[in-house]
Design a protein around this ligand. Structure first.
Ligand SMILES: NC(=O)c1ccc[n+]([C@@H]2O[C@H](COP(=O)([O-])OP(=O)(O)OC[C@H]3O[C@@H](n4cnc5c(N)ncnc54)[C@H](O)[C@@H]3O)[C@@H](O)[C@H]2O)c1
Length: 257
């Protein structure tokens, strides 16, 4: 049950955070892992008996070479996880076209290229998982470029599920709220974001990358047969409504005002 034995899984953004957790989990579950990153993920890949292909997901030739290498090494691709991403704050009035295009190029075009060059090597039963974000589902002030790029991932996931469904390929995206990774640690507003996430979630904490990897394992397994075209929110009930802690915080802020 939920075996990934012998499955060939390409993971981008594999050197850190969510991608690294996926590499570790998929390796333990028996998958042949092809780890890709602009940074060095060779030790992680080797630790699970996989291979590392240095790849900038925003470069079409490099993404094609990644997918071709995976197929040449293992015969085909079963699971393509388009996870690489970057985050920068970008209030609309301060956002340059160059910055917007850079973030969009990595986060959105990178996902497009991953799907475009993986699918020719995939067969019926294949699975694509795109790492989207809570910012794919709602707007948040101060991050217009990231939000636009992640809404694009959501939209492309829907289109891909419709286009590749007839090939027997399922496509989903995963939308986490704050995950404890290097990306979050590098944010100037990390303390504020962690405070908001732990207050809005009645579970009262942020997410560990291993908890996202567990969902990817489920989505990639043959047991998961009819989930496609959807955005799965991993938000600890933050989007279910107003948590008591959030209501209390609003009331006490009002009383203090
Ligand atoms: N951490 C969070 O709170 C959070 C929340 C929602 C969504 N996400 C998304 O999860 C994904 C993984 O992020 P993470 O939190 O693990 O961050 P991370 O910074 O730990 O890992 C991201 C990885 O992507 C790689 N990368 C960046 N640009 C690349 C490029 N052009 N080509 C190839 N690789 C590149 C980095 O080298 C790094 O190894 C991203 O798409 C991110 O937007 C993260």
């Amino acid at each position: 049950m939920f075996s990934l034995e012998g499955k060939v899984a390409v993971v981008t953004g594999a050197a850190s955070g969510i991608g690294a957790a996926v590499v570790e989990r998929f390796g333990k579950a028996g998958a042949h892992v092809v780890a890709a990153d602009i940074g060095d993920g060779s030790a992680l890949a080797e630790a699970v008996g996989g291979i590392f292909v240095r790849t900038d997901v925003s470069d079409e030739a490099q993404v094609k070479a990644l997918m071709d290498t995976a197929a040449e090494t293992y015969g085909h691709i079963d699971t393509c996880i388009n996870n690489a991403g970057i985050f920068r704050e970008s209030p609309i009035l301060d956002t340059t076209v160059e910055m917007f295009e850079w973030i969009y190029r990595v986060n959105a075009v990178g996902v497009l290229l991953g799907m475009k060059h993986a699918v020719p090597h995939m067969r019926s039963g294949g699975v694509i998982i795109n790492t989207a974000s809570a910012a794919s589902l709602i707007g948040m002030p101060g991050i217009v470029a990231y939000t636009a790029s992640k809404h694009a991932v959501h939209g492309m996931t829907r289109v891909a599920a419709l286009e590749f469904g007839p090939l027997g390929i399922r496509v989903n995206c995963v939308c986490p709220i704050s995950v404890d990774t290097a990306m979050l640690a590098a944010q100037d507003n990390r303390n504020e974001e962690i405070a908001v996430s732990t207050t809005t979630s009645p579970l009262g904490r942020i997410i560990d990358p291993s908890e996202i990897a567990a969902l990817y394992h489920f989505l990639a397994a043959d047991d998961c047969t009819m989930i496609s075209g959807t955005a799965i929110s991993v938000d600890g009930a933050s989007f279910a409504g107003y948590s008591q802690a959030m209501l209390d915080a609003v009331v006490s802020a009002r009383q203090g005002a």
